[in-house]
Write a protein that binds this ligand. Structure first.
Ligand code: C5P
Length: 205
């Protein structure tokens, strides 16, 4: 069973995907992490994420980079969003994601274009979303807990910029697949959101 989970930043898609993977004993790939590694590697190379050739070179990041906590930072998320605009970068990361989706027994993948580009044949497609306010508050609480100094306004502005870039890009924009179940988590706690996801999966199977 392939479960495709898409949605904007801080919508809860990562948490829901991890819980689904544990529940169904499936491997899970957070595809955002690949783009974050590219964004980070561009900087390590002294390049510019808006430059298609610099961004493409950074696709050859070392695997250890995926474990670096700096990838979780808001700043790296923005670099990822800039680097992921380039079609050559998306193409270069396609096979890795596709191979993960195709492994025996299935997989859970989360990102922006899983249900539309990476696994349009997925057995279940979920589109997890929430209001900008709800997502900014969540991200703010997360950052506070990690001791990162950033204001709610800064987070809101960053989310809006990232949403606009991810939704507006020509190649693989963030959009719900036509056959995706849309779950709005603005008013839901983690367990409620997970229950909604399970219900959608049972309906689809
Ligand atoms: O999900 P996460 O916030 O870690 O993703 C970081 C950035 O990587 C996103 O803002 C988006 O631009 C990009 N991304 C993408 N396609 C994916 C996953 C992430 O373009 N499948």
């Amino acid at each position: 069973m392939i479960i495709a989970v898409d949605g904007p930043t801080a919508s809860g898609k990562g948490t829901i995907s991890k819980k689904l993977a544990a529940h169904f004993s499936l491997p899970h790939l957070d595809t955002g992490l690949l783009y974050r590694a590219v964004g980070r590697q561009v900087i390590l190379n002294g390049g510019d994420p808006d430059n298609p050739s610099d961004a493409l070179t950074a696709v050859s990041f070392p695997d250890e980079l995926l474990d670096d906590p700096v990838l979780r930072n808001e700043a790296t998320g923005s670099l990822a969003s800039r680097a992921s605009v380039h079609p050559a970068v998306r193409k270069a990361l396609f096979e890795r994601q596709r191979a993960f989706a195709e492994q025996d027994g299935g997989a859970v993948l989360d990102g922006r274009d899983i249900g539309t580009v990476i696994a349009p044949d997925a057995d279940v497609k979920l589109f997890i979303t929430a209001s900008v306010e709800a997502r900014a508050k969540r991200r703010f609480a997360e950052m506070e807990q990690r001791g990162v100094s950033i204001t709610l306004e800064e987070i809101t502005a960053d989310l809006e910029r990232r949403d606009a870039r991810d939704t507006g890009r020509k190649d693989a924009p963030l959009v719900a697949a036509r056959d995706a179940f849309v779950i709005d988590t603005s008013e839901l706690g983690i367990e409620e959101a997970f229950a909604a996801a399970l219900e959608a999966i049972e309906t689809a199977r």
